[in-house]
Ligand binder design. Sequence first.
Ligand code: ATP
Length: 456
Amino acid sequence: MTATIFCRAPVALGVPATYLGFDDTDSPQGMCTTFLATLILDELRRFDLVGLPRLVRLNPNVPWKTRGNAAVCLPLGRGVGGGRICGAINGRPLKCYERGSSVDQEELLSVAAKVLERVAEFDCDKTNPGMVATNKKPSQRFYWRAVREVVPLSDVERELRAVGASWRRYKNGRGVIGAASAASWRPHDRTWEVISYRTPDRIGTKREVDRGSVIRMDHKTKSTFHNYDPGSGHVAITPASPCPVLFGIRGDSADELLRARKMIRGEPPLSWLLFLTNQGTDDHIVRCRIRDLEPGMSVRVQATVAASPRSIEGGHVIVRVSDGDEVDVAFYEPSGDLNRAARRLIPGDLVVVYGSVRDSPRSLNAEKLRVLHLAVARRKETNPLCVMCDKRMGSLGVGQGYRCKRCGARAPASAAGFAETSREIRTGWYEPPVASRRHLYRPIRRMSRDNNSNLL
Ligand code: ATP
């Protein structure tokens, strides 16, 4: 079996499967929707994975998300062929198959829903689980809407009825939105994440993951990303919450991730699972003009720096940019290099800003920056000469121009003598440290792989 099984999605091959989507089962105190995937797969041993489990991140700006707005979809059915190991649950190896057939969606749903009902954090106000089983995928329009907009549950349920899906909603049923959207994802750009889970006795305790082994793994693997921040020493593969995840390694090669997992030293995991994901793809970003910015959108705006950067309390920097209309862009202090680059911009620089739109005051919170063109920086060297008196004129104040003290002749501010000064910034990409990036954030090292979608 070649590596292709990890690269192709069943839908791309026209392979039938039954798609089981679920979401909104966790709370800040515990659980994780990806961990539920391992519990369901353990329970549904009579079905096979036809393609990899999918971890689908949705709109990072929805107000009711718990953490990273993740939803999961399992393509299940009867596998054909040899299959390939894509995980281990309680020590039992798990295979996924390149080809297979779909199964009875109702039967699948009723078994999987029992697992959800057993473990979902129903006591948490914000937890509103949803589960969808369907032999026909919902339109991919729902994925694109759910990763970029706020989608009403009624729209999603109408689509589920149209494709003949079966679904369960709990409490306010909001989880059905994420569950259906994960099922509707057709991977175009995609990455993988291998996640290891903790044994029950350790959940909630300090994670034992050897930092040195993470650094070694980071150095030895070419296609993994968001592992470690050399600047701060922050290990990014371990979450901060008390959830069952021990660590998750992200990357552009499924095969390399399987090797990377084995390089990590620390407490013994209970289970592990490889996911196909939309993480690191920038799918949430919409190209936009400033006049079209709406709160909650994540956008890419090309504009010219309109005023010198302003520092505000806390080390944050505000840069006003214009594309005919104007907006302030906030570069927060923890964004490191991004914040430092913003400080060095000057009026006239041409930039592309990626960020999310804040409502009040209407502004952009910068996620990353590309400097396309640098304006010439000049320093005033001499006041202009009066052509009548051959004497240097006196300044009338900043931007007010000049006047000859003898004859009263006037000259504009631009008449002074200027010298070009060097810039402390280059054209190119600037990004925040690993710890300050969103799950959907496409790292710059991934941008160069596919320049077409990033050229302006
Ligand atoms: P975790 O990342 O830990 O799994 P979470 O951050 O995903 O948690 P959830 O508990 O899943 O948070 O809550 C997100 C809720 O928002 C879900 O009910 C999901 O269906 C819903 N949701 C996700 N995206 C959208 C969207 N674009 N529009 C409306 N609702 C959405």
